[in-house]
Design a protein around this ligand. Structure first.
Ligand code: PMP
Length: 310
């Protein structure tokens, strides 16, 4: 993503990004003790309007993450959504952007614990490159790095420190000439990619790893499941997905706030289907792109929040 916009929300006020200091001894810097979110904002030039995609769902997830960590999120999802729209307005954002809320143990305390440490809420925004949507498809490898489980670092909470594993996996994949890594659960089932969820189609049936297993159940995943239901008339199965199904499926996609929807064209050197982006995947990608900009006012307008006309 690009350079952050000039103003951020830090410690209860909107301030220039350069003034939003966090001590090098802040607890979260050493121990990853905090939670974050990522929310997409989509510019519609015809409406001259910017839309936040599923802000409420992201802040509801942030509230759940905070509860798991025992951190106090100072505001409810409605207020956090309003802070996000205000942040974008103050920065006069008129392009695709990304909002990054952070809730951190921010006190200068070198103590490994999740209590008695002052927290801070930050919101920053960055531009999101316009060509971020992938139509050609990504080549994935199954990583040797496994996703942590609920008994280690719970993935249903979007914990800052838990991104070290995905970061190792991403670097491993890139160094081996792939675009992205798919990580397995501790017991060897497909979990998710480094910052996105995985769905596959075998014959007529779409499937994705169960939300309650060791994955971050993405908000985009939920949207894609919904849209696949509308397109195909069938439910996406939530179940355990085996590694070998990635090799034998007819279509596969990744979905998440950053990638939106990306076709997977290869896994571990084996083509997915005929090795080209799947038709249904591209249809869902087009639909979600249109919804995220409210190009079709009748199709799920409840998934977007206008920033300027709010
Ligand atoms: N899994 C992981 C590990 C992620 O970091 C993300 C990005 N938040 C996702 C899945 C996709 O989630 P969402 O669609 O809510 O962005």
């Amino acid at each position: 993503f690009g350079t952050p916009y000039a103003e951020v929300y830090a410690e209860g006020a909107f301030v220039p990004e350069k003034e939003s200091r966090l001590s090098v001894l802040a607890n979260a810097v050493s121990y990853g003790t905090g939670t974050f979110e990522g929310i997409r904002a989509c510019w519609n030039p015809d409406h001259q309007e910017l839309y936040l995609l599923e802000a409420r769902a992201h802040y509801e997830r942030m509230a759940r993450s905070a509860r798991i960590l025992g951190l106090e999120l100072p505001y409810d999802p409605e207020h956090l959504t309003r802070l996000s729209t205000e942040l974008l307005r103050r920065n006069d954002v008129r392009a695709d952007a990304y909002v990054r809320p952070l809730l951190l143990q921010a006190d200068e305390q070198l103590a490994v614990r999740m209590h008695d440490c002052g927290t801070r809420l930050y919101l920053a925004a960055t531009p999101m490159p316009g060509d971020y949507i992938d139509r050609r498809g990504v080549r994935c490898m199954v990583s040797a790095w496994r996703r942590t489980g609920d008994a280690a670092v719970p993935n249903r909470a979007k914990v800052i420190g838990s991104y070290v594993g995905p970061a190792l996996a991403k670097t491993e994949a890139l160094r081996n000439g792939f675009d992205e890594a798919i990580m397995l659960t501790g017991d060897g089932y497909v979990a998710e990619a480094t910052t996105s969820n995985v769905l596959i189609r075998t014959g007529e049936r779409w499937a994705t790893p169960t939300a309650t297993d060791d994955i971050l159940a993405g908000i985009t995943r939920w949207q894609v499941m919904h849209l696949l239901g509308e397109i195909t008339g069938a439910l996406v199965e939530e179940r355990r997905v085996h590694r070998s199904e990635l090799y034998s499926c007819d279509e596969a996609l990744l979905c998440g706030t950053a990638v939106l929807v990306a076709p997977v064209v290869e896994v571990d050197g084996r083509p997915v289907g005929d090795g080209h982006a799947g038709e249904t995947t591209l249809a869902v990608q087009r639909l979600l792109q249109a919804i995220s900009r409210r190009e079709d006012a009748d199709h799920h307008p409840e998934w977007t929040t206008p920033v300027y006309g709010a």
